[in-house]
Design a protein. Sequence first.
Length: 257
Amino acid sequence: MRYLIAAIVALFGLISYYTTTSNNPVTGEKQHVRLTAEQEVALGRQLAPQMAAQFGGVSTDKAASDDVSKVGASVVAQSRARTTPYQFRFNLLADRNTVNAFALPGGQIFITEALLSRLKNADELAAVLGHEVGHVLARHSAEHLAKEQLTQSMVGAVVIGSGGGYNTAQLAQLAGSMINMKHGRDDELEADSLGLRLMQEAQFDPRAMIGVMQTLERASGGSRQPEFASTHPNPGNRIAHIKAELAKMPGTQAPVR
């Protein structure tokens, strides 16, 4: 009986995941997502205050915040991002120790003072923000939520089928997490590719993204965990990917100015 119940749980999870699809007009991909664009915007707004609080809250440096907003608005207004239903807002966070930037569903984008202080110019800032806009346009958060729901269904089925053993549940959860981490690395590379194109459309220098990766590599201090156990590819691998993408783009073969 428990095998039958486990099979039903797994089947329900698979059907729910694979029958909920949407075509992404920016990437051209067929995606398994449940949220509408409007729901993504609402979710991002709801999550924004608590996410900001984890990084010291919104920065009180008005000049720096204005710079972030200005560059972010330029990336959106002069690129394909302006034709999407997402409502972008660019936020500078007060954390001066954590080198980070991230995007919430629907267009809420954040960068810490620690990362901003390490960037050399507006082009590098556009590279960071363009990458995060790329995450939003590719609907990575919505995809991740759908994958998490599928993973939970599969884990539940394994636990039921095995009689609920604690170690089995742990192994099943770890396997599901590692699968989703691989998707995370793919998402980062896709966001890099989209960010490069958004930068070029908005008349920023896409080659500046290489400088950002070098900055991230220095900031890591060589203490990164193995790539297979991280949602982000290491900066060196990302640089190789970025250079390959730049080679396909006209006017980006000269050294970075």
